[in-house]
Design a protein around this ligand. Structure first.
Ligand code: DQA
Length: 155
């Protein structure tokens, strides 16, 4: 059975490539999505890739992932630092969750150092640019492979 991964992006990430390029780089979100699709195909994963500027929409996708996704890769953007509601939604999801930040949030303003989402994430990647998403997909594939029952009933 093919495994589906939701890659979810929070507010202002639609402006990637135009917004503060000295922090977030020149890559657009469409570039990131294209690279994620290639990585997912390599790993035999189905991908759903979304971005929203609305907190409720991010929460609704996390709820949808409960039935439809084996794992979530999420860059909650500014909601990282503000949203107990996004944390609560992720707590209700059973599979692996990898939190991604394009920039190194620990090298920036102090308010970015706290992440509500890290309280649930199985892994956190920050400061690796758009490549962070690909690292997250590598990790998700590894975790899902490790959780898969072995063919032939051994192990
Ligand atoms: C971000 C870091 C957040 O602090 C910020 O609000 C974002 C993007 C990142 O990818 O580096 O919008 O999540």
């Amino acid at each position: 059975m093919r495994r589906t991964v939701f890659v979810l992006n929070g507010p202002n990430l639609n402006l990637l490539g135009k917004r503060e390029p000295e922090i977030y780089g020149a890559e657009t979100l469409a570039d990131v999505e294209g690279a994620c699709r290639q990585a997912a195909a390599r790993h035999g994963l189905d991908l759903r890739f979304h971005q929203t500027n609305r907190e409720y929409e991010l929460i609704d996708w996390i709820h949808e992932a409960r039935d439809k996704a084996a794992a979530i890769v999420i860059n909650p953007a500014a909601f990282t630092h503000t949203s107990v509601a996004v944390l609560d939604a992720l707590q209700a999801f059973a599979g692996p969750v990898i939190e991604v930040h394009i920039s190194n949030i620990h090298r920036r303003e102090p308010f970015r150092r706290h992440s509500y989402v890290s309280g649930r994430a199985d892994g956190v990647i920050a400061g690796c640019g758009g490549q962070g998403y690909l690292l997250a997909l590598d990790r998700v594939a590894h975790l899902l492979d490790a959780a898969r029952p072995m063919a032939g009933g051994q192990g």
